[in-house]
Design a protein around this ligand. Structure first.
Ligand code: WT7
Length: 650
């Protein structure tokens, strides 16, 4: 009989850690919340020293010039040293750092020990140096989950270069935008990657993306036998460079506040914004959230299924677990290759003990049926995590019953690209674990839920999730090249001393928070953040589009999917135009953004001042009463819109 890590409250559908879990957990003392909140600066100061090796201690722990703030001022460290070297120096060089599982089942996993990682990261850091990359320079990374992914990130960190990862399924256009915005001179990519049994070409897209960008050198990882065109003087094979490179590279001493990376995320306007994360604060935060929320111990095998293209992949498939000296599983491919039991096969074969995935994946697995799960013994699992969007009760219960076999706590982790690490979640040794309730603000972070008039809401009343200072050390430090946008997006709705998350929330009880979802023009498609603005921009560039508006439609598996309302000019609607528009969106953003429906209408509903009333379109899509149309400039548009949205009821 496998260990029970969680027990059920007799009266309610609430779970608590078992005695075994409390004993095992890195943090089981609930007084930590109060202690940390009484003096967050002292708490983080102690925690930063405990977590990391600093080459020089800071002289000031926190400084705030609203809306900007800094942590560990004057402190010096190197992130790659903290993720690798110190573990080797402590005698853990032979410990497995990364177990990389290729998608094709006839290929063998690649195992990298901490010692291997040290050598490879050092070599690659020297390669980057030989291309003239210096402290503070930006390096573009356009990589799928190949076995070299962490090497690429950590090599940048080793020499103090700032990496900017672009999700490999994003289009060449998206890549080009980001390379330009960050002014990246070097790009790291791969020639191809496996997805659902097929070897796809990536280099072609990388070439298109690099064209017209500041990129001067492209380093290409060879993943498979795809025909690859290499441009002389610009493109170099990774393996050839690595062979010749010096295997030793001294880590650069960086300021705690030096940027570690930029990661682009969707903003309210079409142009995505480059969220900046620092070195010392981010790494301290990544370390403690990994240690306490995923409860990482020496014997754990952690698997975070996120792609490195997202913040989850940065913090929990690279920096956090590696800073903790943990062993991680990284999987290259699709969850359903060769069939829907692949994930569970990986869990069993590698004895994964902590597993972290997204609600959209859980719903997909649930739909396929439990027979795929039942084929495998999942007794190694101890903690389960969820991230990306609110997890509904059905998905939570399915995850709990069928993956955790009623033995494992589920940590429903709320956070954002901007927060750098998890900010609201239960801790496995403290609990409680409640379906649809994310949990408690992480020790040393401070949240309130306010209404529009800035008054704190009462239990079960809806409001807005707000973070209070001192802001957690993992928080973003700015928007690349655009401080005004930083202020406007996060620090204007509630003044420059409160961070507005753009999420709605409720107090479940005095400690625990239920996050209800975005309150801005953002949608979460299979956990990926997209804004109506960027989709609308992509559609509007199609020559025959006069105007358009995009709204989310609820979807059983993907959470939400985009639906576009389009007004054409000069042409009649046709299947060809629908296809062209969809193609355009895929080319400009990527397949994640593919609209489910293109609805051609005569007019969009507008206010007297000419603003599109997306609220009405949202209601039409979910077939709910649209409410008051008094303020519309063109109320006669409604009849046509109603007729066109009838597809829902067919
Ligand atoms: C938005 C941030 C966090 C890394 C991956 C997504 C939503 C995320 C939860 C959760 C409810 C959640 C929020 C947030 N979200 N996790 N556990 N419960 N909502 O990062 O793309 O920056 O998106 O995802 O709406 O604001 P992101």
């Amino acid at each position: 009989m496998a260990t029970k890590w969680v027990i059920k409250d007799k009266k309610k559908a609430i779970y608590w850690p078992s005695e075994k879990m409390k004993k095992k957990a890195n943090m089981s003392d609930a007084s930590i919340y109060k202690k940390a909140l009484n003096n967050p600066k002292k708490f983080w100061s102690e925690k930063a020293l405990e977590a990391l090796d600093w080459s020089k201690k800071w002289n000031k722990v926190y400084e705030s010039k609203p809306p900007f703030f800094k942590w560990f001022l004057g402190g010096k460290l190197n992130a790659s040293y903290n993720c690798i070297d110190r573990h080797v120096e402590n005698g853990n060089g032979d410990k497995e750092a990364i177990i990389w599982i290729p998608e094709p089942t006839n290929e063998k996993p690649v195992v990298l020990t901490y010692k291997d990682l040290l050598e490879k990261v050092s070599r690659f850091a020297n390669v980057l140096k030989s291309f003239g990359v210096k402290k503070g320079d930006r390096v573009g990374i356009y990589l799928p989950m190949v076995s070299e992914v962490q090497i690429a990130l950590l090599a940048c960190a080793r020499i103090g270069a700032v990496h900017g990862v672009v999700f490999s399924a994003f289009s060449a256009e998206s890549l080009n935008d980001r390379l330009n915005d960050a002014n990246a001179k070097v790009l790291i990519t791969a020639n191809g990657y496996y997805r659902k049994g097929k070897l796809l070409d990536l280099k072609k897209k990388a070439d298109q993306g690099a064209k017209g960008s500041p990129v001067k050198k492209v380093i290409v990882i060879k993943r498979g036998e795809v025909k690859t065109k290499m441009s002389k003087g610009r493109d170099y094979w990774f393996h050839e460079l690595m062979e010749k490179a010096d295997p030793e590279c001294k880590p650069a001493e960086m300021n705690s506040e030096s940027p570690l990376f930029i990661l682009y995320t969707s903003g309210t306007t079409g142009k995505p914004k480059g969220v900046i994360h620092d070195t010392g604060g981010y790494l301290t935060y990544a370390y403690w959230t990994s240690k306490w929320i995923f409860d990482l111990h020496d014997d754990d095998v952690f698997w975070c299924t996120a792609d490195v293209g997202w913040i989850t992949g940065h913090t929990y498939a690279c920096y956090g677990p590696l800073a903790c000296g943990a062993t991680q599983v990284i999987y290259e491919g699709a969850p359903n290759y060769p069939d829907w039991s692949r994930f569970w096969k990986i869990v069993e074969e590698n004895q994964v003990s902590v597993f972290y995935t997204a609600p959209t994946a859980i719903r997909m697995f649930a739909k396929q049926g439990v027979e795929f799960v039942k084929k495998h013994n999942l007794n190694s699992l101890r903690v389960l995590g969820s991230v990306g969007e609110p997890i509904d009760k059905d998905a939570w219960m399915w995850y709990f019953n069928h993956i955790g076999n009623k033995r494992c706590p589920i940590v429903d982790t709320w956070w954002q690209t901007e927060t750098g690490g998890i900010q609201i979640s239960a801790l496995p040794g403290i609990g409680p674990f409640i379906p649809t309730v994310a949990g408690r603000p992480f020790p040393g972070t401070n949240f309130v839920i306010l209404d529009e008039s800035r008054k704190e809401v009462k239990k079960n009343e809806g409001g807005y999730l707000i973070q209070k200072p001192p802001f957690a050390p993992g928080m973003l430090r700015g928007v690349w090249g655009n401080p005004k946008r930083y202020e406007k997006t996060y620090f204007s709705d509630y003044g420059n001393k409160l961070y507005f998350t753009s999420d709605g929330a409720k107090y479940f009880d005095k400690n625990n928070i239920r996050v209800t979802g975005r309150v801005d023009d953002t949608m979460k498609v299979a956990g990926h953040r997209l804004t109506t603005g960027e989709l609308e921009d992509a559609i509007a560039t199609y020559e025959h589009v006069s105007e358009c508006a995009v709204v989310p439609e609820p979807d059983k598996i993907r959470g939400q999917v985009p639906v576009a309302f389009v007004v054409l000019k000069g042409v009649k609607e046709s299947e060809k135009i629908t296809e062209d528009i969809i193609k355009q969106v895929i080319e400009e953003i990527g397949p994640t953004a593919k609209p489910k429906q293109i609805i051609f209408v005569n007019e969009l509903p507008k206010t007297r001042s000419g603003k599109i009333m997306r609220r009405i379109l949202k209601k039409l899509v979910i077939n709910e009463p649209i409410g008051n149309t008094m303020t519309l400039q063109n109320p006669e548009s409604i009849a046509d819109l109603k007729k066109k949205t009838n597809y829902k009821r067919k």
